[in-house]
Design a binder for this molecule. Structure first.
Ligand SMILES: *Cc1c(COP(=O)(O)O)cnc(C)c1O
Length: 498
């Protein structure tokens, strides 16, 4: 039998003999509001083959060295056991408060110098602060109340109805939910496709987000990668060839409503033309009951409706599901997303769960109940018109950035339907990290979100131009040619400048 002393033993024996417990309380003169200089990470070089390689199995280009971020273990904040007298001295509280104050400062700084990822960091959700004291959880189906009463389904379904209207599907015909992120939407959409067509083949352009290939691996689906054009959009000639080689199996297609890919070959803001994809399927002999289209609209799913000439996402077309991220363009402060599909499909994959008194048709079990309220709040504040204005501002500012880069003799491209500016990768990794640019090979990108103002772009441009003149002062080092990635007409390297 286990003795009582055995039971009382701490699971952290090391902490008890004081070695790891020696928490350094910060020095007296420590100013918690001072900005901590971000130590610059040492570069870690690795072959892409042995990590996070979602896109396995093809092409020599993946042998390229990838710069990984620093190992966080060198800077992590250890969890320390409370001392017996902490409650009396208040030392621990003071210590934690100073850590949080410093962290807050870092967040302010890191937000200020952020350009590379499609997150709208411009929001004011002060009114929702009062809700942080509640454990809001929408576990189960959004439309069927569960036994857990602290939920926000009334907000969730209101938000879903807004998106259903945007994507033109009747209230009685759709099903959907607020996910934890765009990836979960893709996992769900592709799962619905596979449940509808268990022997279907998944087709996705090689510029698709890595979560699409992750889904294929998780579900062990046969996956066919389709080539892309220079613009990054799906090459429908190649798509047709691949469909014709597999006419005996139904097709499940991931269509990129926006692809901002850092795992494929390029980093661009490319849009697949939904109408041409549908036409290609029809021309290849696939009737509407033999294909399922999932639209990955993580970022642009919400920007697209406001861009002239963009192919419209609509359930009036033969599509099966659409997903978007809530923390990108919409600007929700926590990762989340929206997934909408046809109600008829969802019955295939749902199970009733007695324990919940609800239905299980989501990927996750417990679901963030705060996210729907933030989405509801921002949709109410901005409305359709507000988003339209923000999209126009983003596109205008993106043009400004591209033009100013070109004026400065820097190769740059802007996809006509997006606000992602692709340009030559800065030579200096410190600069890349400071501005948090997403890079791939010789190119980098800036995603112009509503919080990216002309002033911010000017600070960036001035700094880039100044630094660049030092990187390339020696004739022997030349800026890279990126014609292969962005097209010769957008490249102004020594060879391509006219
Ligand atoms: C960001 C993104 C995703 C993934 O979304 P997360 O919310 O980061 O999981 C998927 N597809 C596309 C096109 C994206 O841009």
């Amino acid at each position: 039998m286990v003795g009582s002393s055995e039971l009382l033993k701490s699971p952290f024996p090391d902490f008890e003999n004081g070695a790891a417990a020696a928490v350094k309380i910060l020095p007296e003169d420590f100013d918690p509001t001072a900005v901590v200089p971000e130590p610059l990470p040492p570069l870690v070089l690795s072959n892409s083959g042995d990590h996070a390689d979602y896109d396995d199995g093809d092409e020599a280009e993946e042998k390229r060295e990838i710069v990984l971020g620093r190992n966080v273990h060198t800077t992590c904040l250890a969890v320390t056991e409370p001392e017996a007298n902490d409650e009396v001295t208040g030392d621990k509280d003071a210590f934690m408060a100073s850590v949080l104050a410093r962290y807050r400062k870092t967040l302010v700084e890191r937000t200020k110098y952020h350009l590379g990822y499609p997150y709208n960091l411009d929001f004011d959700y002060g009114a929702l602060g009062q809700l942080q004291h509640f454990s809001i959880n929408n576990l189960g189906d959004p439309f069927i109340e569960s036994n857990y009463g602290v939920h926000s389904r009334q907000f969730e379904v209101g938000v879903l109805d807004w998106f259903a209207r945007l994507w033109e599907i009747e209230k009685d015909d759709y099903w959907g939910y607020i996910t934890n992120c765009g990836t979960e939407g893709n996992l769900h959409g592709i799962l619905v496709g596979r449940e509808v067509f268990p022997d279907g083949i998944l087709y996705a352009s090689k510029e698709s987000h890595y979560s699409v290939f992750k889904a294929a691996r998780m579900y062990r689906m046969e996956c066919v990668k389709v080539a892309t054009l220079v613009s990054g959009e799906i090459d429908c000639m190649d798509f047709k060839d691949k469909l014709l080689a597999n006419v005996d199996k139904p097709a499940i297609i991931n269509v990129n409503i926006e692809s901002l890919n850092t795992a494929g070959t390029t980093v661009k803001g490319a849009v697949d033309d939904l109408d041409i994809v549908i036409k290609t399927l029809e021309e290849s002999g696939f009737s509407h009951d033999r294909f399922y289209i999932h639209c990955d609209g993580a970022l642009f799913g919400l920007m697209m409706p406001f861009v002239k000439r963009a192919p419209k996402v609509s359930f009036k077309k033969p599509i099966g599901s659409v997903s978007v991220s809530g923390h990108k363009f919409v600007g929700c402060p926590m990762p989340c997303g929206v997934q909408i599909t046809r109600l008829e499909h969802i019955n295939v994959l749902s199970r009733n769960v007695e324990y919940l008194a609800s239905r299980d048709a989501t990927i996750m079990g417990s679901r963030n109940g705060h996210a729907p309220i933030f989405l509801w709040y921002t949709l109410n504040r901005k409305g359709y018109k507000g988003f339209q204005k923000e999209v126009q501002k983003c596109l205008r500012n993106a043009h400004y950035l591209k033009d100013r880069l070109r004026d400065a003799g820097i190769s740059a491209m802007l996809n006509e339907l997006s606000s992602t500016v692709v340009f030559e990768r800065p030579l200096d990794e410190e600069f890349v990290r400071r501005w948090q640019l997403a890079c791939q090979g010789n190119i980098a990108h800036v995603v112009v979100m509503p919080n990216v103002t002309i002033e911010k772009l000017d600070v960036f441009l001035n700094e880039l131009v100044e630094k660049r003149s030092t990187w390339y002062q020696n004739e022997k080092i030349q800026p890279p040619c990126i014609a292969a990635e962005i097209g010769a007409e957008s490249c102004v390297c020594k060879l391509h400048k006219c």
